[in-house]
Write a protein that binds this ligand. Structure first.
Ligand code: ZN
Length: 188
């Protein structure tokens, strides 16, 4: 297993739709194992394949809810149903979201409260998870990555402008930049 470099915003792979997984082979198994290791090293609660420079429709997640229940798995070729997205102002404290491809930044974003994830696992077994709250947010965030959408693309005007500024100030937003969890520390 290996920790993989995480692509930083500006790399085309993060801004293009990913392709369906068709080969459920040893290399897919290795990719998923490496993605779990990379997510743990980052650390993060989710990681999508385009973030490690692989334009395929899969993501991993690892999150413990308020009842100490662990939600951990891989979603391959997922579909996502979401409840209507509320309107209004996002709450800075409760709704601030981050992304390993925009490391160290957080901005508030309103997400749908409910999400139903349907996907297959490495054995091509279909599964379904009915998620609410933060887990629903994680699924929406990771699913977006597979369509080439970053959470920064969805921010309301004010926060969107702040994000553009931060990204420019960090020297990101151009191709060819990545960071390696466990080696590079960009959170400071
Ligand atoms: Zn992300």
């Amino acid at each position: 297993m290996a920790v993989l470099p995480i692509q930083i915003t500006g790399n085309p792979v993060l801004h293009s739709p990913a392709l369906a997984v068709t080969a459920f082979d040893a290399s897919l198994r290795t990719l998923v194992a490496d993605m779990f290791e990379t997510m743990a090293a980052a650390p993060g609660v989710g990681l999508a394949a385009p973030q490690v420079d692989v334009p395929l429709r899969l993501f991993v997640y690892n999150w413990t809810d308020d009842d100490d229940e662990l939600w951990r798995g891989v979603a391959i070729n997922p579909e996502l149903w979401i409840s209507p997205t509320p309107t209004g102002e996002a709450d800075e404290e409760a709704e601030s979201e981050g992304c390993l491809s925009i490391p160290g930044e957080r901005f508030p974003l309103i997400r749908s409260e409910l999400a139903i994830l349907r996907a297959v696992d490495l054995e091509q077994r279909p599964f379904e998870i009915q998620a609410s709250g933060w887990l629903a947010r994680i699924f929406q965030h990771e699913y977006d990555h597979l369509d080439g959408i970053l959470y920064a693309d969805r921010l309301a005007h004010k926060h969107g402008k702040e994000a553009v500024k931060s990204i420019r100030k960090a020297g990101w937003g151009e191709p060819g930049q990545s960071w390696l969890p466990g080696t590079d520390h960009l959170e400071d």
